[in-house]
Write a protein that binds this ligand. Structure first.
Ligand SMILES: *[C@@H]1O[C@H](CO)[C@@H](O)[C@H](O)[C@H]1NC(C)=O
Ligand SMILES: [Cu+2]
Length: 312
């Protein structure tokens, strides 16, 4: 029945027909309806943060809070999902037509007062899942978003070691079909995570929204039609690496504007933002930024190697 409702909402779309958002969250045999932006708010009970449309133009400015939980992500209104650490969370999109696209999933621990009145601000988000290019070349290969095109479904695993508590879970599609005009489609839902884990992600694994992405990141200043994209067989998914589930991970942050500086103990890392030179990584030069063996443009070979670990 829930899917019938979602389909009815989707059929009302006209201008936003190519776009979509997560419409259902599925844990085992339990389904939690997402927000239906084109339906009246009255009568909707959802674990998802409310937003007004699927319009990606309202999320294009990566320096605004719209990039966090969509535009503007009305705070939680009560309902919360339940999931155990280590369990699978399947989400079902209402609709989707763009290819190629990358898929990213983040979580953030809500304060002890719970998720309801919390806006997700601060360096609190860690990545639990990502996939960009699956096989072939950027231009003609298979992308994570193709799975959404084919099935509308995506399944991620909640890290088994995670400390129980209330969390926001942020699903994101990054559509790359237009040269140098990325479209972000994020939505957040609130979940109570149960389990006996006791690990919190270290600060080195945490990012903020806005803050995690820069328009000059190689996976964002991206031209799917470039000559480089016709031969490149990897794609640098934006944002931090997927958290490894430990409290002392030292991920190499693939965000080229971020430098991670280890301090005396391996469990404490200091992350410093440095300004990105605006001219070195322009979209025109993407083929150099993303090309094999290119070490300029603040993207090092080390970054590329670490990225490859996460994409397979
Ligand atoms: C996607 O998930 C929904 C809900 O669980 C399910 O009914 C549907 O069969 C799935 N689609 C595919 C193609 O696996
Ligand atoms: Cu579009």
């Amino acid at each position: 029945m829930k899917f019938t409702t979602v389909a009815a909402a989707a059929s009302l779309l006209v201008t936003a027909s190519a776009h979509g958002g997560v419409g259902t969250y599925i844990v085992g045999s339990t389904s939690y309806p997402g927000w239906s932006p084109y339906n009246s708010a009255s009568g909707q009970s959802t674990i998802q943060r409310q937003y007004p449309s699927f319009d990606p133009l309202l999320i294009k400015d990566l320096t605004t809070t719209n990039i966090r939980c969509n535009n503007p992500g009305v705070l939680g209104t009560g309902p919360i999902g339940s999931i155990a650490a280590g369990d699978k969370l399947k989400v079902h999109w209402v609709q989707w037509t763009h290819r190629p696209a990358a898929v990213m999933v983040y979580m953030a621990k809500c304060p002890s007062s719970g998720c309801n009145s919390w806006d997700g601000a601060g360096k609190v988000w860690f990545k639990i899942d990502e996939q960009g290019l699956v096989s072939g070349t950027q231009n003609a290969g298979k992308w994570a978003g193709d799975t959404i095109l084919d099935t509308l479904n995506w399944t991620s695993t909640i890290p088994a070691s995670l400390t129980p508590g209330e969390y926001l879970i942020r699903h994101e599609l990054l559509a790359l079909h237009q040269a140098n005009n990325p479209q972000f489609y994020p939505e957040c839902a609130q979940f109570k995570v149960s389990g006996s884990g006791a690990v919190n992600p270290p600060s080195s694994a945490l990012v903020s929204f806005p803050g995690a992405y820069s328009a000059t990141d190689p996976g964002i200043a991206f031209n799917i039609d470039s000559e480089a994209a016709k031969v490149a067989t990897t794609y640098p998914v934006p944002g931090p690496p997927v958290w490894d589930g430990t409290s002392n991970s030292q991920p190499t942050n693939p965000d080229p504007t971020t430098t991670t500086v280890p301090t005396a103990t391996p469990t404490t890392l200091v992350t410093t933002k440095t300004p990105t030179p605006t001219s070195t990584c322009s979209s025109k030069k993407y083929q150099q930024c993303g090309g094999k063996g290119f070490t300029g443009c603040t993207v090092s070979e080390a970054f590329t190697a670490v990225f490859l670990l996460y994409i397979v």
